[in-house]
Design a protein around this ligand. Structure first.
Ligand code: XMP
Length: 510
């Protein structure tokens, strides 16, 4: 981690990533650490400030997550948010108890006293609360800086030791001046270093990749998506032709996708190797109906093909992956989470091939990757691409997979995406695609009875794919797309629109 930044201690808040993002927007590096991180690990990062996140627990419960007590002796300013405030109060000798009235949603905060945290802010403003416990007794050396209707200790501080606690959530947009409050903590109180700039990141990473890789070769599986493209372009800048970018065409791509990826990467100067593996994938998948089985076949076949290709090159020691920061947090944080789908990636590859991982984007959030891509000269068209699942169209053909169905789906999907772009809607939705259903329905076209297949259109709004809502696309638009699909794709006589959110649905149908 960069020195002089802000460490965010995670107590299980749903907003923890948002806190880190807000800090980074101020050009200050921030890193999220789990609450049970040993003190030495925190010290090693030389942070200028520490933020305690919120969390669902109660500090007085037996197994409450609490940071190491020594954290208060480091001389580093701390901002506790919600549960984080209660942690401060509890560990420093105050009292926290269940509140008779819970406070959820909007509340008016009244500032009682001038202080660094609220520098430049009005005396009264709206904040976003969400808590069931409250502080009932202040720890020694603390004072009340602000109150709300239901929280007499809404903001507390020990200004001498630079410990601040806010019962509300400054990181959410519903809190007025939330960004300013975080900025005040970061600059006025913690005096953190402004050294997190994407331009510097490029230079630093290039240096780091060169150091790490030396004169060895790096192999990369390119999907054409944002993450793999950005990490490949960055790595190419660092080590040139010692990067071997491989694009496996598994025969499950969308119409024109292979050409598009080839064109994009070659225009960026990358020596892309395209492997035509459609036949092997399709021959194994034909007739397979079960979603998990499809995913497994594709995963295994992908590894097999990739390994075979990789063997053609000597001196390969690294595998490049476009891992992002949320993946890092998630794999460290969510233990025992239920498995919904086997996501296809190259996860098992490094051990099998005895390769080391190179993950130049593992400190970045998605929007930071886009910014980085822009600096690297990657066209908007690539950076704005919707996510596309590794198993491709195979999981969008429900029921047994056939080559004819792949063609049918490709045609319908192409029309949908083409029209979204024409109507200026493509960039407004997070992801959109067509799904071919294993159902035939009766229709009538030109006085003739038809008995053909159904296609479902799916478009969702989301920020990370973890939760999603269906996009409220205009009726005229949907009407137009329906007409084009039925008129132009022989074999489809009905179009439906999916209005399921996630949860309870998932984004893909399989
Ligand atoms: P679900 O269907 O799980 O999808 O709600 C969430 C996001 O992940 C994408 N997705 C995948 N991406 N390999 C991937 O790389 C996969 O196996 C996979 N399955 C789903 C999906 O398109 C959506 O963006």
């Amino acid at each position: 981690m960069k020195e002089g930044g802000i460490v965010v201690i995670n107590f299980g808040s749903q907003y923890v990533q948002l806190i880190a993002r807000r800090v980074r927007e101020l050009n200050v590096y921030s890193e999220i650490l789990p609450w049970d991180t040993p003190l030495e690990e925190i010290i090693k990062r030389k942070p200028k400030g520490i933020i305690f996140s919120g969390g669902p627990a109660s500090v007085y419960s037996k197994d409450a997550p609490l940071p190491p007590e020594g954290i208060y002796d480091l001389g580093i300013p701390i901002l506790g948010i919600c549960y984080g405030l209660q942690v401060l109060a509890h560990q420093l000798g105050g009292k926290v108890a269940p509140a008779d009235k819970h406070e959820y949603g909007r509340a008016t905060l009244t500032v009682l006293k001038e202080n660094k945290l609220f520098k430049g802010l009005p005396k009264e403003f709206q904040v976003w609360m969400s808590h069931a416990d409250k502080v009932t007794e202040l720890p020694q050396g603390f004072e009340v800086l602000a109150v709300s209707d239901n929280a007499p200790f809404a903001v507390i501080a020990n200004p001498e030791r630079e410990f601040y606690g806010v019962q509300f959530h400054p990181e959410v947009t519903h809190t007025q001046y939330g960004r300013q409050i975080i900025a005040n903590f970061v600059f006025e109180i913690a005096k953190a270093n402004r050294n997190w700039f994407m331009e510097n990141f490029v230079e630093e990473q290039i240096k780091k990749i060169r150091e790490q890789v030396g004169d060895k070769k790096v192999i990369a599986a390119i999907s054409g998506g944002v993450d793999s493209t950005v990490s490949a372009v960055l790595t190419y800048k660092a080590i040139g032709d010692n990067l071997i970018p491989i694009f496996i065409d598994h025969g499950l791509l969308r119409e024109g996708e292979r050409r598009e990826v080839e064109r994009n990467l070659k225009s960026l100067g990358l020596p892309l190797r395209v492997v035509d593996a459609g036949e092997i994938f399709l021959s194994r998948l034909e007739g397979v109906e079960d979603p998990e089985e499809k995913r497994k076949i594709i995963g295994h076949t992908f590894i097999e093909v990739f390994e075979r290709e990789a063997k053609k090159y000597e001196g390969v020691k690294f595998l490049l992956q476009g891992t992002l920061y949320p993946d890092v947090i998630e794999s460290a944080g969510v233990k025992g989470a239920a498995k919904i789908k086997s996501h296809h990636n190259v996860g098992g590859l490094p051990e099998m091939m005895n390769l080391k991982l190179l993950e130049p984007l593992r400190e970045l959030f998605k929007d930071e990757v886009r910014k980085l891509g822009k600096i690297l000269g990657i066209p908007e068209e690539v950076l704005g691409r919707h996510p596309f699942p590794g198993p491709g169209l195979a999981i969008r053909i429900l029921g047994p997979l056939t080559r004819e169905d792949l063609n049918l789906l490709r045609k319908a999907d192409k029309i949908f995406i083409e029209e979204l772009k024409k109507w200026g809607l493509y960039d407004k939705v997070w992801q959109a695609f067509a799904v071919l259903l294993p159902v035939k329905t009766v229709g009538v076209m030109g006085d003739v009875r038809t008995y053909e297949r159904v296609v479902a259109l799916r478009a969702v709004d989301s920020s990370d794919g973890m939760t999603a809502d269906w996009s409220k696309l205009p009726y005229q638009f949907l009407d137009h797309v329906m007409r084009r699909i039925i008129n132009e794709v022989r074999g489809i006589n009905r179009v439906v629109y999916d209005i399921t959110s996630k949860p309870p649905g998932t984004i893909e149908w399989e």
